[in-house]
Write a protein that binds this ligand. Structure first.
Ligand SMILES: Cc1ncc(COP(=O)(O)O)c(C=O)c1O
Length: 364
């Protein structure tokens, strides 16, 4: 049972919600890896196993977002992301499971094998895929498809912003922090001093930060920026924190209004590299090390860069006497069998390049 809803029954009554995830996700010690890098109290939160259909961080947001789509009587959702967006894929899969159609408005990104895989699975999930030249070029086609579906269905699609990051989506990660608190209380791990998570649109880290403060955990959130600077900033953090807090307080006034905890959010920009989706040497070293020592499957866009921050902090002695938690946000369910029979020629021409051009050199 969702710990947040149990403590604040008003939230359960007033927030839209549809159960999609297998929660709580396990917490595991990374003893071997921790010992090797100088972080003897290192743990992982296995959100990679958050659901049997498709794991990772997005399903926690979608429980609330698709809950709203259903409550509002929508027939279709429209979302946005890079070509290989895990969020767009998760939205397509869970929308279909909830009986909704989905449209993914995609923009270019550096090529990687995961991009083609995600596109194929999105297609298998019957998502309507559109790929345009950039964030400006995607605006008009989005309006067109939004209205087209609205006219056809008699009800407009629900817009889900990139990453599913809205106050309602972030409620999923407030709930995740309460889940963690309950696991800490049950002895799964000591209360973490530092929680490391990738920051793409900031929804994961800000939902967690609000939830940790509300749940009474003193953890510092280390947000490793993996997208362009405009998506991860202190100004955004304050705004998202306050908006999500207001939403929960309005839904259940016993959920407190909290000041933004300035000293509890550490933003790390140095692992980003050259571009979103562009792998870095440090990130790929972290991917290899995690796989070789713990069979932990990370990737180059989000979780490798995040784990690189842990390696650097451990090497600097910052994790010697602290308990650190790595929040694994990347799906680890193998879906290769669902896509092997698919031919990319069935996808829109604009995405064929991800199958025909070579992937970036560090993707091996
Ligand atoms: C694997 C993975 N980790 C982390 C993130 C970042 O989450 P957020 O957008 O909530 O910051 C994403 C978002 O797409 C993701 O796919």
């Amino acid at each position: 049972m969702n710990a947040l809803f149990e403590l604040y029954p008003g939230l359960r009554q007033s927030l839209p919600y549809v159960a999609l995830a297998d929660l709580p996700t396990p917490i595991e010690p990374l003893a071997r890896l921790g010992a090797a890098i100088g972080a003897p109290n290192l743990y992982v939160k296995r959100d990679d196993l958050s659901a049997s259909l498709y794991g990772g961080n997005k399903v926690r947001k979608l429980e609330f977002l698709l809950g709203r789509a259903l409550r509002d009587g929508r027939k279709c959702v429209m979302t946005f992301g890079a070509a290989g967006s895990n969020h767009a894929l998760a939205t397509a899969l869970y929308a279909r499971q909830a009986g909704l159609r989905s449209i993914s408005m995609l923009v270019p990104q550096p090529n990687a094998r995961s991009v083609g895989r995600n596109l194929l699975l999105s297609h298998a999930a019957e998502a309507e895929l559109h790929h345009h030249g950039g964030m400006v070029q995607v605006v008009l086609p989005s309006v067109y498809h939004y209205l087209r579906h609205g006219l056809r269905d008699g009800v407009l699609p629900m817009i889900i912003p990139p990453g599913g990051t809205t106050p309602l989506g972030m409620a999923g990660f407030v709930a995740a922090a309460f889940e963690l608190k309950r696991q800490v209380d049950a002895g799964a791990m000591p209360a973490p001093d530092r929680l490391y998570a990738a920051s793409g649109t900031m929804g994961t880290v800000i939902g967690l930060l609000l939830g940790l403060v509300a749940a009474g955990l003193d953890t510092r959130v280390v947000a490793v920026r993996v997208t362009q600077p405009q998506f991860t900033s202190m100004r955004k953090a304050r705004r998202f924190f306050a908006a999500t807090n207001r939403l929960l307080h309005r839904a259940d006034p016993s959920f407190p209004l909290l000041p933004f905890p300035e000293d509890r959010l550490e933003m790390r920009h140095e692992f980003y590299g050259e571009a979103y989706g562009q792998y870095t040497e440090a990130g790929m070293r972290a991917v290899r090390m995690a796989r070789e020592t713990e069979d932990l499957k990370l990737e180059g866009t989000y979780t490798g860069k995040t784990f690189a921050a842990i390696l650097v902090d451990a090497a600097a002695g910052r994790l010697r006497d602290r308990t650190a938690l790595f929040w694994n946000t990347y799906n680890s369910r193998d879906f290769s069998r669902d896509i092997t029979h698919l031919d990319y020629h069935a996808l829109p021409r604009s995405v064929h390049r991800y199958f025909e051009e070579s992937v970036q050199p560090l993707d091996r």
